[in-house]
Design a binder for this molecule. Structure first.
Ligand code: ASP
Length: 325
């Protein structure tokens, strides 16, 4: 029995007694909201990723749970060689190695992450295994890779010919300059609210193209690239991760929602905090999306060009995000 199972099992009896009145009240409120809301269930994802949001929606509309939905959803992008910011086909670091970061968080606040992971197609699934089958939250590099092999993941070459040729071209000047929106970044972050009213989130990326070897951004950092609190809502980020880490952006947004802000207001405030630290050099992109327990969503970014996908009974929609500039 690992540490988490032990803690859960040994505290189960008390937890049931202590939380059942609260839980049933929360469930009653949720059932009432659900009747009125066409937004439950719902999935929201960073960028225009219709295949990923469809995969998540397939789970949600069949009464599946939010954790399953976000994992299945982001895996679509991890496997898509045309998405050069995530998984296979991702742009490499400056030494030509594709290194992946991912994290996942469930309705109970459990979380798992992998950073600087190489040769594995689905880092999000490894992150889920870290969450569910180890006493840890995060595994890095060779340790994460070894763990993945032990769990049956296969060694995969992640560097496609296209990304290799672009990297060789980049190497001629070796100028490191993130290009806004187009595209040496666009992480997929996904949040889902399922039929039972439970929220989960996932975030996966190959990080900034041509980054230094070993660089890790915000995407696998719980609280920065992703945060879920099932009492309140969830948030996730895309863009220059260093800036998101500095404000612990996703945690901040969830806390702002806890204090009463709508997802939209909270995302706007999250971006403003980053802007306040960078007044004279707003030459980068950050985008946040968020969701609350009612299935209301929000998004905000610095530069125009960021959009997000939602899928609910209201439809399958790509919405350009409001931006600061
Ligand atoms: N946030 C990611 C990182 O910094 C990149 C991105 O979203 O585009 O690694």
């Amino acid at each position: 029995m690992n540490r988490r199972n032990f803690i859960e099992k040994s505290s189960l009896g008390t937890a049931v007694v202590l939380t059942s009145p609260v839980t049933s009240k929360a469930q009653d409120i949720f059932k009432a909201q659900k009747k009125e809301s066409p937004n439950i269930p719902i999935v929201i994802a960073t960028w225009d990723v219709p295949n990923a949001s469809s995969a998540a929606w397939d789970i949600l509309r069949n009464s599946g749970d939010s954790l399953e939905a976000v994992e299945k959803g982001v895996k679509v992008e991890e496997a898509d060689v045309n998405n050069q910011s995530v998984g296979k086909g991702g742009r490499p670091d400056r030494d030509g190695n594709v290194t992946l970061d991912a994290c996942i968080m469930d309705k109970d606040g459990n979380c798992g992450a992998v950073v600087f992971l190489q040769n594995i197609l689905h880092p999000i699934s490894v992150a889920r295994k870290v969450m569910e089958e180890t006493p840890h939250v995060m595994l890095a590099g060779k340790g994460a890779e070894q763990f993945a092999y032990e769990k049956g993941f296969e060694k995969t070459n992640l560097l496609t010919e296209k990304s290799k040729q672009e990297w060789l071209e980049w190497k001629k000047k070796s100028e490191y300059k993130p290009i806004i929106n187009i595209e040496n970044h666009d992480t997929i972050g996904m949040l889902a609210l399922d039929e039972n009213g439970d929220i989960a989130g996932a975030c996966t990326t190959s990080g900034m193209a041509y980054k230094m070897e070993g660089r890790v951004g915000d995407s696998p950092i719980i609280g920065a690239g992703l945060f879920v609190d099932n009492e309140v809502g969830g948030a996730t980020a895309t863009g220059v991760g260093e800036e998101v880490v500095r404000t612990v952006g996703s945690f901040l947004i969830v806390e702002l929602m806890r204090q009463g802000k709508s997802p939209q207001e909270a995302c706007e405030e999250g971006v403003r905090r980053i802007i306040a630290k960078n007044k004279n050099k707003l030459d980068f992109q950050i985008g946040f999306i968020a969701i609350n327990k009612k299935g209301e969503t929000g998004a905000f970014c610095i530069q125009p060009g960021f959009s997000f996908r939602t899928f609910s009974r209201e439809g399958h929609i790509n919405t350009p995000s409001k931006s600061y500039i």
